[in-house]
Design a protein around this ligand. Structure first.
Ligand code: ADE
Ligand code: ZN
Length: 319
């Protein structure tokens, strides 16, 4: 048995299962543009990141109240607990909700309410990371971070996500400077669809302590050396990479090469309701695809414990 699972790259809106979309639509009297569940499910064949993001944002129309965000988060925690997850760091995309007129507080407080009791309800510790949408203005992210700090939001850090190509990390230096000034942890999606240059920017200009995805780093040997030397973890999401066509098949995934090069790789689920599986499914898939040894699986699980934003005492419990 490998050590307990720790999830470090999970968008809470990406856990919105088709059935819950229909339940929340009924509760909130939202008319969905789908004939039925089968019709919705037929739309999960993605060609790239943007084709997924279009459906991901459209389905958020059913998330309106604080209770909706709490119910969504509880459903994830229940599923994660069943998968053997003992600590989860959860991304939320508040701008995707405030642009629709949902108050920032409803979104943050709704998710936070579920996380507050994750230990007693589901046996896992948790933390919240607000991710900013890189395809929206950096000034909007800056203002929202200012508001989050003013409301003393229970967040451990910030991240950067959404459409990557054409939206480099350099555009968000002021936002990340503000986060660092407030003692927040910093992460960013980079090197998913975007080039190695974006990973360089994330680590050197935004000074992130983890890179989300980062699989295109392998194209730049000097970048790989830098990530290894500075022990910067990459939160890799294998099933996501296949479903978003970042790689052709799981067999083509660079995970074995990343391990070979000594990168600190962790395995995560990204948007499990959309990509065919939760963290346990990702582990099963890579174990089958690459015949990973017990030692390699233990390394992947232990990497996540070391990369987590937790106290040394909690780390010792998990190791
Ligand atoms: N938002 C949710 N999932 C994402 C992903 N895989 N890449 C970028 N932004 C996202
Ligand atoms: Zn992601």
């Amino acid at each position: 048995m490998h050590p307990p699972l720790v999830e470090l790259h999970l968008h809470i809106e990406g856990t919105l299962e088709p059935e819950l979309i229909f339940d929340l639509a009924a509760r909130n009297k939202v008319t969905l543009p789908y004939a039925d569940l089968a019709d919705l499910k037929s739309r999960y064949a993605f060609t790239d990141l943007q084709s997924f993001l279009n459906l991901y944002y459209a389905n958020m129309a059913v998330l309106l109240t604080e209770q909706d965000f709490t119910d969504l988060t509880r459903a994830y925690l229940r599923r994660a607990s069943a998968a053997g997850v003992r600590h989860a760091e959860i991304f939320v995309d508040p701008q995707a909700h405030t642009v629709r007129g949902v108050p920032l507080a409803a979104c943050i407080n709704g998710v936070a309410a579920a996380l507050r009791t994750s230990e007693s309800d589901f046996g896992l510790s948790s933390a919240l990371i607000v991710t900013f949408l890189r395809d929206r203005p950096a000034a909007e992210a800056f203002d929202m971070l200012t508001e989050l700090v003013a409301m003393n939001a229970p967040i451990v850090g910030i991240g950067l996500d959404s459409a990557e190509v054409g939206h480099p990390p350099v555009d968000f230096i002021e936002v990340f400077d503000l986060a660092h000034a407030h003692g927040l942890k910093c992460v960013a999606h980079a090197g998913e669809e975007g080039p190695p240059e974006y990973v360089w920017q994330a680590v050197q200009l935004l000074e992130v302590s983890r890179v989300d995805h980062g699989i295109r780093s392998l194209e730049d040997p000097l970048l790989v050396d830098y990530l290894v030397q500075h022990n910067i973890p990459l939160t890799v999401c294998p099933l996501s990479n296949v479903r978003l066509r970042v790689v052709d098949t799981l067999a083509d995934h660079p995970l074995p090469a990343m391990l070979e090069r000594g990168l600190t790789v962790t395995i995560n689920s990204d948007d499990p309701a959309y990509f065919g599986g939760y963290i346990d499914d990702n582990f099963t898939a890579i174990t089958d695809a690459f015949a990973l040894s017990a030692d390699q699986l233990a390394t992947l699980a232990t990497n996540a414990i070391h990369a987590a934003f937790i106290t040394d005492a909690r780390r010792a419990e998990l190791l």
